[in-house]
Design a protein around this ligand. Structure first.
Ligand SMILES: C[S@@+](CC[C@H](N)C(=O)[O-])C[C@H]1O[C@@H](n2cnc3c(N)ncnc32)[C@H](O)[C@@H]1O
Ligand SMILES: [Zn+2]
Length: 408
């Protein structure tokens, strides 16, 4: 990283990310108090902590481009300094053109500079417009994109409808959501407002967040007779990300909507159930294990949130590349791959042990014991202390008790 000579009217520095070099605001210059979150204080947004998000996006995009087998067009309508769209153009093979845009004129100035810096002026076009306007002007059939990346401040919800309309049949849409307080149930009303589903503050709220976002996308797409398939998703620290491929047709939309349902949860005994029905009228109200009142999350996406094959191809791509966080990225991908076909929700071993005053066994031991009993079980990237399994909460608690007694 080096300080820059070029004057943008605010302090900048040049950083390398992936295979590109970009000028970004010098974040250290915008921290006044220790609690300041520098990316949002700077005149142009750049968050180095999202590098992994962008690494994964280039990999997923390469997998998608190979699947499609043709040159692709891309739109990133909330681009900030341009780093994401510029990385797509430089690092992904088979990219015809990238349209990047931002409402902030300073961001656009920096993005234009960065496009030139990376000698990409022929393939990357920079605009200074509202994201929904850009997307809407690309809603006509001949103007649509193969891939759209929505990476906003907070919620992607305000952009989902116009993104769906600007995608070709078979196009891929990636959505980042950083508004985890609503999605994880701290601000339920905001979640219902933005995503049309009720969140729940359970230990697996991050997975519920992914499922609420996927459901919001499925519902928005269905209005246009478009179905979706979720091919990849992940949750890292303060954000979630969902990748979906669209399929035109009313039947495809109906098929996608069949994935919507609810999760009912018992806060007393950890029991939970996935209900694959699209209306809430006949949801169970009482826990069949302990009789306590059940709480409901949804409507949400109850189907797969990662396609194992797609994720496997992302891993293959990652093996060719040397990202700064290569090891971490491969470990994360391997866990996501391992949990792709495990059931929805997970148990947090530490939480269960603390409730029943048990010593906390290693995750590996719990997984092995459950498998010995014939259950499917595995780790989850959502929580390093979590396990996914088809065993009931009661079954997992029994296993934890046995492990404490040295019986398992
Ligand atoms: C989280 S930042 C984007 C980060 C960027 N995608 C990256 O990977 O570095 C969100 C950006 O959206 C821009 N923005 C906010 N509202 C917008 C709108 N309605 N239309 C276009 N851009 C907007 C902001 O100026 C900001 O640069
Ligand atoms: Zn119960």
């Amino acid at each position: 990283m080096r300080k820059d000579r070029t004057s943008f009217g605010f302090p900048t520095e040049t950083v390398r990310e992936g295979e590109v070099e970009v000028v970004v605001p010098r974040l250290s210059a915008f921290i006044v108090s220790p609690s300041d979150y520098a990316p949002s204080k700077a005149p142009v947004f750049y968050n180095p902590a999202m590098e992994l998000n962008r690494d994964l996006a280039t990999l997923a995009l390469q997998v998608y481009q190979k699947m499609l087998g043709e040159e692709i067009s891309i739109c990133e309508p909330l681009t900030g300094c341009g780093v994401r769209g510029i990385r797509f153009a430089k690092e992904v093979r088979g990219v015809k053109g990238v349209l990047i845009s931002d409402l902030n004129p300073k961001a656009v100035m920096l993005a234009r500079f960065n496009v030139k810096l990376n000698r990409l002026s022929k393939r990357v076009l920079v605009k200074n417009d509202d994201a929904n306007l850009i997307l809407s002007t690309h809603a006509a059939p001949q103007k649509r994109f193969n891939f759209i990346d929505i990476d906003p401040f907070g919620s992607p919800a305000p952009y989902i409808d116009s993104a769906v309309r600007a995608l070709r049949d078979g196009g891929m849409l990636a959505l980042t959501a950083t508004d985890l307080a609503p999605l994880c149930g701290v601000h339920s009303k905001a979640c219902i407002r933005k995503y049309g589903g009720k969140p729940l503050r359970t230990e697996y709220c991050h997975e519920i967040a992914v499922r609420l976002l996927a459901a919001a996308l499925a519902k928005a797409a269905a209005k246009h007779d478009i179905g979706i398939q979720i091919v990849f998703s992940h949750c890292i620290k303060h954000y979630i990300r969902v990748y979906a491929i669209t399929e035109y047709g009313a039947r495809k939309a109906d098929k996608a909507l069949k994935n919507l349902g609810y999760i009912v949860h018992c806060f007393k005994c950890f029991n939970r159930e996935v209900i694959t029905q699209s209306h809430p009228f006949s949801l169970p109200l009482e826990c069949e294990e302990c009789g306590a009142k059940l709480e409901v999350a949804g409507p949400l996406w109850t189907g797969r949130i990662v396609d194992k094959n797609f994720c496997g191809q992302i891993i293959d791509e990652a093996n060719y590349r040397r990202f700064r966080q290569h090891k971490h990225l491969l470990k994360l991908l391997s866990t996501i791959h391992g949990e792709a076909e495990l059931p929805p929700t997970y148990y947090v071993v530490d939480k269960m042990c603390s409730r029943f005053k048990l010593n906390v066994p290693s995750i590996a031991k719990v997984v092995a014991s459950l498998r010995d009993k014939g259950f499917v079980a595995g780790k989850t990237h959502f929580n390093s202390r979590g396990i996914k399994s088809d065993a009931s909460a009661k079954g997992v608690i029994e296993t934890l008790k046995e492990l404490n007694l040295g019986l398992s």
